[in-house]
Design a protein around this ligand. Structure first.
Ligand code: SAM
Length: 345
């Protein structure tokens, strides 16, 4: 992608330095700040609670994120586990909001959450400088929702959180829904109505083989085509043009122009050729792809005394080796050693 098409880059700006060996510009960093989660979604977790991997100190995440930003990252998304469980998350947001990109712009600062603690944290997070939240919701009826999360009362709590985030101005607010055939695929049309009623952008995400247990089969995935066809029968859809090359969602509005849905189709329509992402796990390892078979121990180097220049060199070398693509559904596909909740979704 040309430098000029990156947000915040003008022709006078320095060249982006984070480019991988496939010519992709890397500008998006997802940082897991805990792998603990207060939900036990049936398609994600086995039901065990507690951390499986260590957490770094908030100052340590900050030092590592600063290095990435100094190399060209423009967007940081905090995730987990459940990031709102992490003590110090508001302070971390405040520090990140004060950072400037290589192009002297504020970071695009977002957070992905299950929404359970959002009612109390939406206002402090907004005041600290967070731009947007994405809330994961896998059903719009309470019984199905609670069967998936395995937490009684969770639907009402999350809905309150969504409304608090909207009122606090953490917008546009996205709601992510993972559809699984036989679990919640009856929610498709309900989500389309929910997007319009609540003023949120719903993103359906195809289920990927990243669960703790063994649930994934090609047949359980509800594909982009099926979702578009089904919603279109009730509410005609109009496809929206992509806003940037690395956009992962195919976006649609409704024929009357009110509301937006999107579909992220890593399985049926992989978008690896435009991938702009890196991940940092809660224990400070760089993952260059959700499906990487290797991790790169950035924190280990920091702990053993590497200075910033050495760490920057290590990051650049790691990015050079970013995988061309994933191999979901191909013969010989190997699941990564960590599941989604321990990588950072
Ligand atoms: N706790 C936060 C939340 O619920 O959004 C952040 C972590 S969670 C792992 C991030 C996202 O990953 C959620 O939207 C979840 O639905 C999604 N996810 C988990 N397992 C997945 C899978 N196997 N395929 C696709 N998405 C998955």
């Amino acid at each position: 992608m040309a430098a000029a098409s990156l947000p915040g880059i003008t022709s006078a700006a320095p060249e982006p330095r984070l480019t991988d060996s496939h010519g992709r510009v890397i500008h998006d960093l997802r940082v897991s700040i805990t792998d603990r989660c207060n939900y036990k979604c049936v398609y994600c977790r086995t039901g065990e609670v507690g951390a499986q991997y260590p957490e770094l100190g908030i100052d340590e995440y900050l030092r590592l994120i600063r290095l990435f930003v100094g190399l060209g990252i423009t967007k940081v998304r905090l995730t987990g586990g459940e990031p709102l469980l992490r003590r110090g998350v508001v302070d971390l947001v405040k520090e990140l909001a004060a950072l400037r990109t290589l192009w002297n712009e504020p970071l695009d600062l977002a957070l992905t959450t299950n929404g359970h603690l959002l009612d109390e944290l939406a206002v402090p997070l907004k005041a600290a400088g967070l731009n947007r939240v994405t809330v994961s919701m896998d059903a719009v009826d309470a019984a199905t929702f609670e069967r998936i999360t395995r937490i009684p009362g969770s639907f009402a709590t999350v809905l309150k959180g969504v409304r608090a985030a909207l009122a606090a101005g953490l917008t546009p607010l996205k709601v992510n829904c993972v559809l699984l055939r036989g679990f919640n695929d009856d929610q498709v049309e309900g989500f389309a109505r929910f997007a319009r009623q609540e003023g949120v952008v719903v993103r359906f995400i195809e289920f990927m083989p990243l669960e703790e247990g063994r649930l994934w089969t090609p047949e359980i995935v509800v594909t982009l085509k099926e979702i578009v066809d089904r919603i279109g029968r009730e509410l005609p859809l109009v496809e929206l043009p992509p806003r940037e090359a690395s956009e992962t969602a195919k976006r649609y509005t409704f024929a009357d122009g009110k509301g937006e849905i999107g579909i992220i189709a890593p399985v049926s329509q992989a978008f690896c050729g435009a991938c702009s992402r890196l991940r940092l796990t809660s224990d400070g390892k760089i993952r260059t792809c959700l499906f990487s078979q290797v991790e790169h121990d950035l924190y280990g180097r920091m702990r053993s005394g590497a200075d910033d220049e050495e760490l920057r060199t290590y990051i650049l070398r790691t990015i050079e080796g970013k995988e061309a693509r994933h191999h979901i559904g191909e013969p010989g596909f190997l699941k990564p050693s960590r599941s989604m909740v321990h990588i950072g979704g």
